[in-house]
Design a protein around this ligand. Structure first.
Ligand code: ADP
Ligand code: MG
Length: 259
């Protein structure tokens, strides 16, 4: 079955301040959507609200994955339903190794009694780490502790590959990556493109989109999607920046939620 992810009129507030002011977005299976925009326009807020972060209160709208109401689900349920977020700033967890974390995450998505065997898990993890050109020692390091920015991002992609999600959200996965790491991360994403999986790629710059060709590009400003187009929109933003969008739409300050 092909995946269908649908956001309608989504509004979200942080500490009583409205940040998302009505987001509409449909992502079909096999599609890659890019959300671009200057800093402070609500991109990460959208990612957090979709994943059910408790700080981000949803005040209006609906989100469905294959017809199921995502907003009704708790954070764990969303993950089990197939939502995956690679965070802009992944957390460090001392005392939990990368392998332990991933194995628990995989098993949490499986029925009781159907847990992945240790040997199968280790083989899979080793294989994926090799694809991502990660040092095998990262298997037993504490989650993200002391990882460089680029290592954290690769590790997020490793999690994505192992968890086999239906809807992947990548929040600035390209930030802090040198060109080799960027290529490896992009190859990992491209290898995961499939008919039953959709992607929402949040990025500030278009350089990632030189490696991952999006089907649709959306520009976010003031907590809304203000413009949508194809890959050529990302190229124009790269060449000309965001000012022409602001001028076209009569936007003076593109940020949202400033005091
Ligand atoms: P972007 O990812 O586009 O740079 P964000 O979604 O991170 O933008 O932020 C949008 C606005 O929401 C900013 O004004 C930011 O300060 C505010 N904001 C986001 N997350 C929080 C939070 N956890 N607490 C308070 N304010 C927040
Ligand atoms: Mg952000």
């Amino acid at each position: 079955m092909s995946t269908q992810f649908e956001i309608q009129g989504l509004k979200s507030s942080i500490e009583g301040k409205e940040i998302l002011k009505g987001i509409d977005l449909k992502i079909g299976g096999g599609e890659v959507h890019a959300i671009m925009g200057p800093n402070g326009t609500g991109k990460s807020t959208l990612a957090s609200a979709l994943m059910g972060h408790p700080k981000y209160e949803v005040t209006d709208g609906s989100v469905t994955l294959n017809g199921e109401d995502v907003l009704e689900m708790g954070v764990d349920e969303r993950a089990r339903a197939g939502l995956f977020l690679a965070m802009q700033y992944p957390s460090e967890i001392t005392g939990v190794t990368n392998a332990d974390f991933l194995r628990s995450a995989i098993n949490a998505r499986r029925e009781e009694g159907n847990e992945i065997s240790l040997i199968k898990f280790v083989r899979q993890m080793e294989g994926k780490m090799k694809e991502l050109e990660m040092n095998p020692e990262f298997m037993h390091r504490y989650l993200n502790e002391g990882f460089s920015g680029g290592e954290k991002k690769r590790n997020e992609i490793l999690q994505m590959m192992m968890l086999d999600p239906k809807l992947v959200i990548l929040d600035e996965i390209d930030s802090g990556l040198d060109i080799d790491a960027l290529r490896i991360v992009a190859e990992g994403v491209n290898a995961m493109r499939a008919e039953d999986r959709g992607f929402l790629i949040i990025t500030h710059y278009q350089r990632l989109l030189n490696y991952i060709t999006p089907d649709f590009v959306h520009v976010m400003m003031q907590g809304r999607i203000v413009k949508s187009g194809g890959p050529e929109l990302a190229q124009r933003l790269e060449a000309e920046g965001y000012d022409w969008v602001k001028e076209e739409l009569g936007i003076v300050d593109e940020t949202v939620g400033q005091a």
